[in-house]
Design a protein around this ligand. Structure first.
Ligand code: HGY
Ligand code: MN
Ligand code: MN
Ligand code: MN
Length: 408
């Protein structure tokens, strides 16, 4: 194993230990104690690799290698370092480690770039703590409404600002960044699907990323005694939620093509075995490569939910995220393909069914993504695993692309 692959393995291994669910995958929620452990680790490694470290008003971490050209825009390489609950060791983390390793290779080869190189580790891409997601990148490009952000609370009622102060972060710092300071954004990510592994190809050059919308649905009924309330006198919010959720898959199947719909989170209040549920809150995640399919399903979902607003039941929908499908920059895709060929690394073109920070940055700068295979296509679970050989090959391509783009 070469030095680069060894460093990559070491960092992945170190970072996956910063979890609230040891032995049951990686649970690293934004602004949690585990976030702070990972944050400190990442900042230390950035300093070791000669980068100047700063954090913005959201807690995104930046490590900068200055370029020789004054005030030149940066080539940014990285990903997110938060996780889903009981997730894997590679989602997001692999991209942050890839960025760190590109910086290590710049240092090892004593490269002096004209354009600055920046390594970035972003917060709340998954939305696991505060809902929605892609929060770090949306804050940087200014599409995250600051008022909304400040008022967000997690399931325990802790606000973003409170959570930030608990780990010593200053939410008053600048969040948004002038797009003119960004020359390109490059992200390595695990595929999170089976295509590369089944094709036995180590690198996927991402062409486009699906559009997605995420809703939070609240059903309100009436709490009551499970034993003394006759069936014909109940307004049971969980029964209504279950009827709605059971009908969702059909709406995606009707739309066909690559349209998918998921309810991943559900909370029942007051959640007592002998209490008729007063309130049920659940999420609906709708995705497709074509925006009209997302729109069609969204309209049908809204009608369906509205149709249950009867007999003492109230329904409401909060749209937490809406982002259109994104095609990634042609010039960066060609650069990745050219570098893969020069390095003799086989690749294919691929689309992403997962959302990524890259799709946010594509509104303001040139963006490229490469995927590496996921074992058995698994992700968002403790079984998530990728081969460090593939990660090292992906880093080689990123490194060569970053050298070209920074004119090092
Ligand atoms: O949900 C997604 O696609 C990403 O993992 N946040
Ligand atoms: Mn994810
Ligand atoms: Mn991810
Ligand atoms: Mn993502």
């Amino acid at each position: 194993m070469n030095k680069s692959q060894q460093r990559i393995e070491d960092h992945i291994l170190a970072l996956c230990k910063f979890t609230a669910s040891p032995g049951r995958g990686v649970t690293r929620l934004t602004y949690s104690a585990e976030d702070l452990q990972a944050r400190n680790y990442i900042k230390e490694i950035m300093k070791d690799y000669g980068l100047e470290v700063r954090e913005d008003g959201l807690g995104n971490i930046f490590g900068k290698l200055e370029g020789s050209m004054a005030d030149a825009p940066s080539v940014i390489v990285g990903s997110h370092f938060d996780s889903v609950p009981n997730g894997g060791a590679y989602d997001g983390t692999a991209g942050v480690v890839a960025g760190l390793e590109v910086a290590a290779l710049f240092q090892e080869n004593n490269l002096k770039p004209k354009y600055p190189l920046e390594v970035i580790a972003m917060i709340e891409e998954e939305g696991s703590r505060f809902g929605g997601g892609l929060m770090g990148s949306r804050g940087i490009i200014g599409t995250l409404c600051e008022k909304d952000f400040m008022n967000l609370k997690d399931n325990d009622g802790i606000s973003t600002v409170e959570a930030m102060s608990q780990i010593g972060l200053d939410s008053s710092l600048d969040k948004q960044r002038d797009p003119k300071t960004m020359k390109a954004f490059l992200e390595l990510h695990i595929e999170q699907g089976p295509i590369l592994e089944e094709a036995n190809i180590p690198i996927g050059v991402v062409e486009a990323i699906v559009g997605l919308t995420q809703l939070e649905v609240t059903i309100k009924g009436q709490a009551g005694h499970a034993g003394t309330t006759p069936m014909n006198r109940r307004s049971d919010s969980l029964v209504t939620a279950a009827k709605i959720i059971a009908q969702l898959p059909e709406l995606a199947l009707e739309e066909g093509v690559d349209t998918v719909i998921t309810t991943g989170r559900l909370h029942v209040y007051p959640n007592g075995a002998n209490v008729i549920p007063k309130k049920t809150v659940f999420t609906i995640d709708i995705r497709s490569g074509k925006e009209e399919h997302v729109q069609n399903v969204l309209e049908k979902v809204q009608e369906l939910i509205q149709s249950y607003h009867v007999d003492g039941i109230q329904t409401s929908i909060k749209k937490q995220l809406y982002i259109q499908p994104k095609a990634l920059s042609k010039n960066i895709r060609s650069l990745f393909k050219q570098k893969s060929e020069e390095l003799g690394i086989s690749y294919c073109s691929i689309n992403s069914g997962a959302g990524h920070d890259a799709m946010v940055f594509s509104d303001v700068t040139d963006v490229g993504m490469i995927f590496v295979p996921s074992k058995s296509g698994l992700s968002h679970c403790p079984e998530e695993w990728s081969d460090s050989r593939h990660l090292a090959e992906g880093v080689q391509i990123l490194y060569e692309a970053a050298k070209s783009l920074t004119e090092a």
